[in-house]
Design a binder for this molecule. Structure first.
Ligand code: PLP
Length: 375
């Protein structure tokens, strides 16, 4: 198979061997965790052991962890279950998983670094209207980390509810719901090196959960119906456990090297110098459309994100970079996101490939702007 330098971890991470082993082992367990017989109890044990690992790893209680099909469903469930009878307030840089479930929401702006405007949030909350605020912990495009603890303090001051999309932060920085003092946390297995197709909504003990999105047979304490894929949950837990031991400083050092190499070729870092995820950098190459850069890097066997087409095939420019006021650069930025198993050789490959691409494109390749898209 073709060797690819994979630097698109924020789209999905390579599966960790420990997660694959856990999935395969759990697939040999036959029972339905809802069944009372021995086979069902065996499946339930796998499920509940995994639930305990995930919940405690992210600062919550096992009984407050609702397994879902992934981050998108966890976000949708939070908005459905916690937003009932409340005004929705979201930051301008939320992922589509939030935006599509909160179309009528009031939007809070961000500054040029991509950090949410807490004064604007406070002003909104001060009117006393019962509200659900959705704020991501780290942005998927820039990696910029949001002041979630301060937002939580504001929400608690005004009796608002806070849902945190921690899909990109989980496994990249320490994430604890109890320390953040928010009401709920969305996490996704494949973003931290577990299997795709599973995620979770972790509730704080005082989260006002009103109603399930999927009723079904009363699974997950009546909060999410449907027979769970026990094996995926087991893989999720194994990945989360291992991700907590990753050497984040080493990843950040490699990210910084990649960034320096790109800046040396004329790139501008979006979201610098504020606190960012250690694995993420968003690099704009002035005058060169993001889609063109992605294709040129792909030809160099380097996988990064942005591109001309989003999953629905439509062309659009990043709402995140636009919200940061980056103007034309919003269509000229790529996201480089290092996976858990990144190597120095990967970064050397990136640096050499990026230099060739930047030199070639700056020399006059068409710059038609298809705008970046990110997942
Ligand atoms: N939230 C954020 C910030 C994301 O980056 C993503 C995926 O890219 C999601 C939610 C959706 O997660 P999933 O792919 O597990 O549905």
């Amino acid at each position: 198979m073709m060797e690819v330098c994979y630097l698109d971890a924020n789209a999905t991470q390579p599966l960790r061997p420990v997660a694959r082993d856990a999935v395969l082992a759990a697939f040999t367990v036959t029972g339905n965790p809802s069944s009372v017989h021995a086979a069902g109890r065996a499946a339930r044990r796998v499920m509940e052991d995994a639930r305990e690992v995930i919940a405690s790893g992210f600062g919550g209680r096992a009984q407050d962890l609702i397994m879902t099909s992934g981050g998108t469903e966890a976000d949708a469930l939070a908005i459905h279950a916690l937003g009932r009878g409340r005004r929705l307030i979201v930051s301008a840089i939320e992922h589509d998983a939030i935006r599509s479930a909160a179309e009528d929401a009031v939007v809070v702006p961000v500054d040029q670094s991509g950090i949410v405007d807490l004064d604007a949030l406070a002003l909104l909350l001060a009117d006393g209207v019962p509200s659900l605020v959705c704020l991501m912990l780290a942005n998927n495009e820039t990696g910029v980390i949001q002041p979630v603890e301060q937002a939580a303090a504001l929400c608690r001051q005004y009796s608002a509810v806070l849902h945190v999309d921690a899909v990109q932060a989980a496994g990249r920085i320490p994430v604890k719901l109890d320390r953040l003092n928010a009401h709920s946390l969305a996490i996704s297995s494949h973003k931290l090196g577990g299997p795709a197709g599973v995620g979770a909504l972790l509730l704080a003990p005082d989260a006002p959960f009103a109603a399930a999105l999927i009723g079904g047979g009363g699974q997950e304490r009546g909060r999410r119906g449907g027979t769970p894929t026990v094996a995926l949950v087991a893989g999720f837990a194994a990945a989360a456990q291992e991700a907590a031991t990753d050497d984040l400083m080493a990843v950040a050092a490699l990210r910084d090297r990649a960034e320096r190499a790109a800046v040396g070729c004329g790139a501008v870092v979006c979201g610098d110098p504020v606190q960012r995820l250690p694995n993420t950098t968003c690099l704009a190459l002035p005058g060169v459309a993001a889609g063109v850069q992605v294709i040129a890097l792909d030809l160099e066997k380097i996988a990064v994100s942005a591109g001309a087409a989003c999953s629905s095939g439509k062309v659009r420019t990043s709402h995140v970079l636009q919200a940061m006021g980056l103007g034309a650069l919003a269509g000229q930025a790529i996201r480089v996101s290092l996976p858990w198993n990144v190597t120095t050789a990967d970064i050397n490959t990136f640096a050499a490939g990026y230099a060739r691409v930047a030199a070639r494109l700056a020399a006059g390749t068409p710059t038609e702007n298809h705008g970046p898209t990110f997942r």
